[in-house]
Design a binder for this molecule. Structure first.
Ligand code: ADP
Ligand code: MG
Length: 245
């Protein structure tokens, strides 16, 4: 479903992603872990060209895009096939929960409003927010806002949902409700790439994990391989430190 090959990205001549390779099959969940500032967000943002990679290829669904030569039409096609869930939710403040979920359906997929509304209501129900459809973001908790963000991501034609630290802005007591929604998506075999520091959760939902460090995948494997049989001392130390927090 998703194959990233030899992805490179620098900022001001400083390499952030040096040679990133990963593959993800349909219905799989990948967790990306690693220290702060190693390019985890950059990697997710390169997949849909929110950041433009310098080189490498991104293959998604039937589309293959050579980053160095990507056309606007290809970038647009990639964006339609991905959806992003942001650390800070990125909801539109002047739209209700329902309107936020409808927004990409109407503007990107060009669904008729009535149909978009019906689908958005179903999705809000699915994330447990049917009763908040007419609430504006400022009247919702962080956990509720993030669940709206996830409903919005589920509403498009995305082949893969990219989640960038979806719970790291939340108060501890609100993390569980968001993880529960993501867990449900994983159980339904939604293809996802999740950057997270929630190690227990990652271990539970991920089919594959990548430890990103110094611009490359310094470790890669099943959660079991990463957590238990990992021969890399730095990964072990990182995992232990994050788990202890
Ligand atoms: N738009 C940008 N301009 C310049 N440098 C950036 C930009 N975005 C990220 N960086 C730098 O790239 C590195 C990786 O950042 P990021 O992908 O956000 O890391 P992570 O998500 O793993 O914490 C950091 O050193 C960061 O300062
Ligand atoms: Mg980040």
């Amino acid at each position: 479903m998703l194959e990233i090959s030899h992805l490179k990205k620098s900022y001001n001549g400083q390499p952030v992603l040096r040679d990133v390779n990963l593959t993800l099959a349909q219905g799989e969940v990948m967790a990306i872990i690693g220290p702060s500032g190693t390019g985890k967000s950059t990697l997710l943002r390169c997949v849909n060209f929110l950041e433009r990679p310098e080189s490498g290829t991104i293959a998604l669904d039937e589309l293959t895009v050579d980053a160095a030569r990507a056309t606007q039409a290809q970038i647009h096609a990639l964006r339609r096939r991905t959806a992003m869930v942001f650390q800070n939710y990125n909801l539109l403040r002047n739209l209700t929960a329902l309107e936020n979920v409808m927004e990409p359906m109407v503007t990107v997929q060009r669904l008729p409003r009535l149909q978009a509304r019906r689908r958005a209501l179903e999705l809000l129900d699915k994330v447990g927010l049917a009763d908040k459809a007419d609430f504006y973001p400022r009247r919702m908790s962080g956990g509720q806002q993030q669940r709206v963000g996830i409903a919005r991501a589920m509403g498009g034609d995305a082949k893969v949902i990219l989640l960038d630290e979806p719970t790291s802005s939340l108060d501890p007591e609100l993390i569980g409700e968001v993880l529960a929604v993501i867990r449900q998506l994983a159980e339904e075999h939604t293809t996802m790439v999740i950057v997270t520091h929630e190690m227990k959760f990652a271990r539970e939902v991920a089919d594959k994990m990548i430890f990103l460090e110094d611009g490359v995948a310094a470790g890669e494997g099943t959660p079991e391989e990463i957590f238990e049989r990992c021969g890399n001392e730095r990964i072990r130390r990182f995992v232990r430190r994050v788990m202890d927090q």
